[in-house]
Design a protein around this ligand. Structure first.
Ligand SMILES: Nc1ncnc2c1ncn2[C@@H]1O[C@H](COP(=O)(O)OP(=O)(O)O)[C@@H](O)[C@H]1O
Ligand SMILES: [Mg+2]
Length: 264
């Protein structure tokens, strides 16, 4: 099957208060690809995701999602095609909602189950997303009583409920303890290996937070796309050192990565 073009940023620039936050970004996501965007704090990762999620217009350049071009298409017809899990949403949800309702209500972008009518089909769909992310056993548990990691995985299941064509994740592992992070890594690996899942673009600044199964990497440095391509080819000590500006050694072990500084 010929891969479909899901997202394309061409010559994207973003300038705010006279500062260039992103410059000359060319970035393309095809169906079947799962991308990691890696770069130090302040390199423009969140800015890039905000543009990809259609929440922000670039200062120049074009953004195309499927056949829709930002600025030329009706934004209301495009936005729901992108699932976005950042921080924020967790605070909006009532803590005594049960986890399956937190997932299911995303069908209409709602926060409460009584605003809409849901079918048995909707519930089954919520359960199947929870299953993929390893949180089905928590379906009847109140959201407020879940651990941070469990909440994060329930919110991921929620973001799949509207059938997005692209899923964007901004530092999904931040704030998790080691078991929480590892559970999330497992969930994300099972998500990207599920043929029904949309392509995922995940932002992080730790190579330890790259789940097994992600295929491509974009290195961002000071708002520039320093390097991009298949992870197996591009994630190495040379590129990582250049991106973070210190001498680092990268190791791969069973499909996961780690890095440490080497004495110069
Ligand atoms: N609205 C804004 N106005 C001016 N500067 C901004 C704005 N938003 C972000 N920045 C700056 O842009 C840079 C990139 O930010 P961001 O995309 O959040 O980076 P990252 O997610 O990689 O940490 C940072 O230096 C930040 O301070
Ligand atoms: Mg950020």
């Amino acid at each position: 099957m010929v891969p479909e073009n899901i997202l394309r940023l061409s010559e994207v620039n973003l300038t705010r208060n006279g500062n260039s936050l992103l410059a000359g970004i060319n970035f393309e996501v095809l169906s079947g690809e799962n991308w990691v965007i890696l770069g130090p704090n302040g390199s423009g990762k969140t800015s890039l995701l905000r543009i990809a999620s259609m929440f922000e217009h670039p200062s120049s350049g074009t953004v195309t999602l499927l056949e829709h071009t930002l600025g030329l298409s009706d934004i209301r017809k495009i936005r729901h095609l992108v699932g976005f899990t950042g921080h924020g949403i967790s605070q909006l949800l009532r803590l005594d909602l049960i986890a399956e309702d937190v997932v299911m209500t995303a069908k209409y972008g709602a926060l409460e189950p009584w605003w809409h009518t849901y079918s048995e089909q909707d519930k089954l769909k919520a359960h199947s997303h929870m299953e993929v992310l390893g949180v089905y056993h928590l379906a009847k548990q109140r959201f407020g009583t879940l651990s941070t990691g469990e909440k994060q995985r329930v919110l991921l299941a929620r973001s799949l409920m509207s059938d997005p064509k692209l899923l964007l994740l901004d530092e999904p592992a931040s704030g998790l303890d080691l078991p929480g992070r590892e559970e999330l890594m497992k969930s994300l690996s099972s998500l990207v290996s599920d043929y029904k899942s949309p392509p995922v673009v995940m932002v992080t600044h730790h190579v330890e937070e790259i789940p097994e199964g992600f295929s491509h990497i974009l290195f961002l440095k000071e708002g520039l796309a320093m390097e991009s391509g298949p992870i197996a080819e591009k994630l190495n000590s040379e590129n990582l050192s250049k991106c973070f500006g210190i001498d680092l050694e990268v190791r791969e072990f069973k499909g996961r990565w780690s890095a440490q500084s080497v004495a110069g």
